[in-house]
Design a binder for this molecule. Sequence first.
Ligand code: SF4
Length: 474
Amino acid sequence: MRVSSDRFSENVRRALADRKLQDALTKATVRFMGVRANAFAKYPEGDAFRDDARRIKERTLAELDRYLGQLADSVRRVGGTVHWAGDAAEAREIMVGLAERYRARLAVKSKSMTTEEIGLNEALTEAGVEPVETDLGEYIIQLAQEAPSHLIAPAIHKSREDVTDLFVEKLGSPRLSRHEELTHEARRHLREKFRRADMGITGVNFAIAETGSVVIVENEGNIRLSTSLPRVHVALMGMEKVIPDLASLAVFLKILARSATGQKMSSYVSVITGPRREGEEDGPEAFHLVVLDNGRSRLLADPRLRESLYCIRCGACLNACPVYRHAGGHAYGWVYSGPIGSVITPSLVGHRRAAELPFASSLCGACRDVCPVRINIPHLLLEQRRKIVSGEDGVPRRPWEQRMVRLFAYVMSSPTRYRIASRLSYWLSRPFVRDGVMSHPPGLSAWSRFRDFPAPAKKIFRDRWRKLNAGEHS
Ligand code: SF4
């Protein structure tokens, strides 16, 4: 699902001018980073679990076909049905088809970026099924008709006052100002939806090949209700979410909540194994698992980018990223934002459509430092940049840029050429220098729009150094 213009640079300009958005982003990301740092500081074993988690992901993805096959067998064994979706359209068709088969009129949904990725709500609505988001943040943005702007905090860009206004306008609520009052108001509306829903739709945090269970973590209890009250439960997962066994799950649970919200453990961890069995009092009559590819095979097949599929969607890299913290999620123009979004989006939607995203990073490495599965995000961003400048996926080449880089390499690879170029740069830059900085250097005006470009010095460093040494020795 598209969430705004695909021009990152345009979206960012709007985001930077929005004071309320900047305040909301700063408050939320600083808080998230603080609680994460605190959680890991109190848990020194956490680092070893991060290594274990990475090893499990490496092992599972190396034999993904085998683990997916085992998962499918296990799900069938416990009474569920498995569907395979090659792309978003196929996944929508399967899920809308299930809604029609079970004559569903109302579907309650838990937070799922994968359902956002396939544009499920629009497809259900078109088919006459009312989809209702039940995670508070998702409910807020559904009322606002917006897209999520963070992996775990979809309404991170909204202030409490924004939510008050929204509830007054969309729900006819009185002007409630306290968080508890707003939460209570949302719960009052949602309970009625849970009671009437025919179908529960969820994402999947982990799918266990050995047992056929899907595992979903949350803090609000809405997933418990979505998976136990309606007659049918449909879970949608990206194919990389499979893990071998329950022992692997224990490893991921130790690091997921700590990385996401700083908690030792999420409030609810649901391990759902098939539909309701004979003698059980709650749970759905039918369970369907939809496994989605939608470009993931491309990432899997690429040894340099495969690592991006280790992501467990904790959101920590977004909070740590200086670009995300100013741009916000909507600026990325697609469902997955922040550093990991900039890596996977070009491969999911095509490099041509997301050509700006891998460049939306200072490559400072803060994302890699906090990633619970130690994904080397800066390296992956560089690889996506390489693909873009080499014209992959129909991205128009920029011959002048390539010529500039070749010229730069030619100059920098010889001390004599470097010395001549350094001297020339002072004279060539003079027409553009004002008060010691270049205001609009040719070819670099986009860079210098927001910062000063220091003017080249008249006396180059090598000459000064030589003089200094000569002075010392005389
Ligand atoms: S890349 Fe790492 S830090 Fe970012 S969301 Fe995924 S798991 Fe979390």
